[in-house]
Design a protein around this ligand. Structure first.
Ligand SMILES: [Zn+2]
Ligand SMILES: [Zn+2]
Length: 360
């Protein structure tokens, strides 16, 4: 199989050949058909997430077709179309049992590493998936079968960006109909916070970004108002749009610098809820007036959209099939695996909602 490897920060990914590991009793071998190009991989390429070891095959937002299942695998068959979850879950620990498998850290080590041809040397795979590859062998708990009528390029996006954004709104914040929502950042995750807010029946839905093209995309995903933070103060504008008090809910979906994190707290009303969806680079600190929280505001993080992948991914697939979840519109460009570096250049330039690698 072929895969795209990052050897050093700030260097191009290299396409290399590997030998797949054995498919063990609890493993599933998946032929990857599509992989989304997510901002998290870009953080790693830029050297901003030193906790992720490299060299590694990158990619964590994949969908494909099952080629082989281990002897102990249940509920997954050869030929199934599947979305991969990047968060393993054991099903038994406190977090899993409470309905937060996104926070499980109790899974046994079942990692499977591709080998370099004719050698015992192995290569890591990002989050155990490494979806920038033609195939991967993964534990069964991260493999979610889906309806075969859904195109796999669209389905792949559910595996990270859609689940993260929609889940932050529906699962983490539990936004209710008629509530006001502000979303900072209209990239792949922010657009999904916006469409999650639209699914929840929120109004107004206020999109904040620095780029006019991203704000245009936001309208297509359900934003009722847009604010260009390069031109005006988003906090004052959100307060004005909501008639004075600020938003009921705010989502920070950028994860680059401190300012929008603070603004996402400042822009909510009394008892407002701010959700940090963006993963900031390590060492990002910011301060805010502590008295703001005296108005019973809540600030909460959202990991992988508080998702229960085996519940939420089929639900999102169903919403897409019913025409109520926008996936086609997320895919701005498609690249072959060999052009993965061009896809990241487009991401860095802010030109795309999402690029997808069409692998096979
Ligand atoms: Zn991602
Ligand atoms: Zn668990």
């Amino acid at each position: 199989m072929k895969a795209a490897v990052l050897y050093e920060p700030n260097t191009p990914l290299q396409i290399e050949a590997f030998e797949l590991p054995e498919t063990g009793p609890t493993h599933v071998r998946v032929r990857l058909v599509a992989s989304g190009v997510c901002h998290s991989d870009w953080h790693i390429i830029k050297g901003e997430w030193p906790h992720i070891p490299i060299p590694s095959i990158l990619g964590h937002e994949g969908a494909g077709v099952v080629e082989e299942v281990g002897s102990a695998v249940r509920g997954i068959a050869v030929g199934d179309h599947v979305v991969l979850s990047w968060k393993r879950n054991c099903g038994l620990c406190e977090m899993c049992q409470k309905g937060y498998p996104n926070l499980c850290d109790e899974v046994p080590d079942e990692r499977t590493f591709p080998r370099l041809p004719g050698s015992d040397r192995t290569m890591r795979k990002l989050l155990g998936l490494g979806t920038f590859s033609t195939a991967t062998v993964v534990p069964q708990d991260v493999v979610i079968p889906i309806d075969k009528s859904v195109p796999l390029a669209q389905a792949a996006l559910i595996g990270c960006g859609v689940l993260t954004g929609v889940g932050a709104v529906i699962n983490t914040a539990k936004v209710e109909p008629g509530a006001s929502v502000a979303v900072f950042g209209c990239g792949g995750v922010g657009l999904n916070c916006i469409q999650g807010a639209a699914l929840a029946g929120a109004l107004p839905i206020i999109a904040v970004d620095l780029r006019a093209n991203k704000l245009e995309m936001a309208k297509a995903f359900g934003a009722s108002h847009t604010v260009n933070a390069a031109e005006e103060d988003p906090v004052a504008r959100i307060q004005a749009i909501t008639g004075g008090p600020g938003a009921h809910y705010a989502f920070e979906a950028i994860g680059l610098t401190a300012l929008p994190f603070r603004q996402s707290i400042e822009c909510t009303r009394k008892r407002g809820v701010t959700v940090f969806v963006g993963h900031a680079p390590h060492g990002t600190h910011f301060d805010f007036d502590a008295r703001m929280l005296m108005f019973e505001k809540t600030v909460i993080g959202s990991m992988y959209g508080s998702a229960r992948p085996h519940v939420d991914i089929p639900r999102l697939i169903g919403l897409y099939r019913a025409g109520r979840l926008k996936l086609d519109e997320l895919i701005t460009r498609t690249y072959p695996l060999e052009e993965v570096n061009e896809a990241f250049a487009a991401l860095a330039a802010g030109q795309v909602a999402r690029s997808v690698l069409a692998i096979a």
